[in-house]
Design a protein around this ligand. Structure first.
Ligand SMILES: NC(=O)c1ccc[n+]([C@@H]2O[C@H](COP(=O)([O-])OP(=O)(O)OC[C@H]3O[C@@H](n4cnc5c(N)ncnc54)[C@H](OP(=O)(O)O)[C@@H]3O)[C@@H](O)[C@H]2O)c1
Length: 239
């Protein structure tokens, strides 16, 4: 199975996050040139540090991906520098929960839509432009199991992830026959440092590891997955 990314150019938005870091490192391991977006500079410095020798193939751009113009500029810069964009993986997202809809602060509702829906909209819209010209490329958007499993206290989060799933599904239909493949992955709780801190008494051993989810994402972006388009793939094992 060919999952080598030698000479491939990959954009990982949120590449310094719990999942994003594992995805960025996995692409680097397979020989890709990786551009990550981040907001906090120390997050990018930490990623460079973990990447070690592979950090020569790693670039970072500090950008707020809810700003559509900034995202277009980001993609333009990547194409100007590397001449192409082979895959875009959007790992940006946020969670807010534990509040009934009638107690929800509308600002939180808007934040969920901005992070979980609008960021993916801006990124997919910009990234697909060079891919359509190349007649090749892969987009993977990270939604969540909550896109269809709508728990109490998570109305804003569930709605934003459900909308993201629908948007990417529709984009996949738009992209039929173009050579660009578009898919969603659906994690449930992931074994990240932030989750361990938030739930110190949980059984971490049953949580899927970011590295295992990253392997699925790399597969989806590889030629080995050329028959997978418009899929929404659960990545929560049996947890
Ligand atoms: N963790 C889970 O248990 C879980 C469960 C289900 C689904 N998911 C989904 O999986 C994805 C990854 O989750 P995660 O836990 O890895 O998230 P995370 O650790 O919070 O990482 C999010 C990343 O996005 C960046 N970011 C946030 N807002 C941004 C903005 N406006 N512009 C640019 N960058 C921004 C953050 O950068 P800074 O740190 O610099 O702000 C960070 O690199 C998300 O879509 C999440 O909803 C996660």
């Amino acid at each position: 199975m060919n999952v080598s990314f030698a000479r491939k150019v990959i954009l990982v938005s949120g590449g310094t996050g719990g999942l994003g870091q594992a995805v960025s490192l996995a692409f680097l391991e397979e020989g890709a040139k990786v551009v990550v977006t981040y907001r906090a500079a120390e997050g990018f410095a930490a990623l460079q540090n973990v990447a070690g020798a592979n950090s020569a193939s790693l670039k970072g751009q500090q950008v707020d991906v809810t700003d559509e113009a900034a995202v277009v500029q980001l993609v333009d810069r990547i194409v100007a520098e590397h001449g192409r964009l082979d895959a875009m993986v959007n790992t940006i997202g946020g969670y807010a929960g534990g509040v009934k809809l009638w107690d929800l602060d509308t600002k939180v509702f808007d934040q969920m839509l901005a992070l979980n829906l609008r960021a993916g909209y801006a990124l997919s819209r910009a990234a697909i432009v060079p891919m359509l010209k190349q007649k090749a490329g892969a987009i993977v958007n990270v939604a969540a199991k909550a896109a269809f499993d709508h728990a109490a206290g998570a109305s804003a989060y569930a709605a934003s992830k459900a909308a993201a799933l629908a948007m990417i599904d529709s984009l996949a239909a738009d992209a039929k026959g173009t050579g660009v493949r578009v898919n969603t992955i659906l994690p449930s709780i992931i074994d990240t440092a932030a989750n361990r801190k938030a739930m110190p008494n949980a059984d971490f051993s049953i949580w899927p590891k970011p590295e295992d989810i990253a392997r699925v994402i790399l597969f989806l972006c590889s030629d080995a997955a050329k028959v997978i388009h418009g899929a929404a793939i659960p990545v929560y094992g049996d947890s």
